[in-house]
Design a protein around this ligand. Sequence first.
Ligand code: NDP
Length: 454
Amino acid sequence: MQEFDLVVLGGGSGGVRAARIAAMHGAKVALCEKDRMGGTCVIRGCIPKKILFYAAQYKSILGNAGAYGWKIKGISKNYIELIKNKNLELKRLESIYAKNSKKAGVKIFYNEAVLKSQNIVNVGNKQLLAKKIIIATGGTPKDLDIEGKEYCINSDQVMELKKIPEHLSIIGSGYIAIEFAFIFAALGSNVTLICRKSLLRGFDDDLISLIKDSLALNGVKIYYNEEVKKISLKKNIKKLVLKSSNKTLYSNEVLVAIGRVANVKKLNLKKLGIKLTKQEAIKVDINLKTNLNNIFAIGDVTDRMNLTPVAIAEGQFLSDRLFGKLKMKRVSLKNIGTAVFSSPPISSIGPNEKEALKTYKNLDVYESKFTSLKYSIVNKKIPTYIKLLVNSNNKRIIAAHMFGEEAPEIIQVLAIAIQANATINHFNDTMAIHPTVAEEFVTFKAPSRKLKRV
Ligand code: NDP
């Protein structure tokens, strides 16, 4: 049996960071990965999705080229080329993940890991003796429990399709559903979204309403307050029957994007007595420790804030804390910015208006909707909307929301100001960079609305 100071389960962003940092602190580290190094973000999530998002952007760029004097003849799309190039990039990133881990001294075992006991990890036919264990096995798409679910695909499979579906139905209305609705609509699919209530629960209402308009503008058909009752297959076409209206839809592909579940099933956690949450994710304390002293969990497998940078920060914190000499600051899950890569994207940091009013009695809303210079001379104008929520009592910015091109890039930078407790006066005192879209954030004259908790 091989002995290690640390065995990490999962070679995604969180697991790799934890393993590398521990090894760099001098620990003897093993990492077990059953699939490809890189995990959800690199192989099945953020990175391939963003490449497809960029591909989708060309529809608008090429569509507007004429107004800028470019005559482009004979445009055609080569979807296979796109998928091939995307996959080459994933391969490159995968090898970097493996290379950097090995360079730091981490021993990688490419096999499924199971916890045999509190200190023994079985990986393939090998047994590893572990002083400490970090579970970073991430999550997996949730299945839809209806008749005909086997005819659906999930977000892993939608990025591996061999051709652009003529008609794509998407069940769900969260991050993944909205992002792929925009991507495939731009690539040429007729997209239908089946939304059981509203879109993008948790986002600010003003952003949601702009996303609704934008989906319509991009030809996406949306069924609200609707679910799918059953799906059947006839000659390669999927027939969907809706629950409320009993309507029938026909589709080449059906993407299910109704959330994700923690990858815990095969780890043997229940037998070891490791406590899970109601959603069957691993329960951890503020130090990311499970109820067993030497076993920890980070990232999506704990289902708190399922974002790559959170998993990476947790991996870093944990390995620094367990194997380093410095006393590290815990990872705060407050004020985390987020983005939906729609067309154009939306991005937010801080609470939406309704949520903000639960904490703050009086709010000043600074907002602006405008057409940026880029769209001034084109026919298909895309609006930009920006909003700051400010605590009326001390003028601190508590949230920033944006719908518009480069929103995630701009909100990322505003996040620093919010983290540093900036007030609206700091924004007003900042000289604008002209002409930009972001300058609108520093040229507000007065709030457009004042909100009061009733
Ligand atoms: P989300 O949690 O974002 O959204 C799930 C959606 O599915 C909601 O609209 C929900 O509706 C709906 N839903 C849930 N159950 C059903 C059901 N039985 N029938 C119909 N609809 C249902 O999940 P996603 O799958 O979109 O994404 C998973 C996670 O991945 C995200 O939460 C995020 O953490 C991460 N992610 C982040 C991205 C980013 O940062 N850009 C991009 C993609 C993913 P309701 O609101 O009514 O519950």
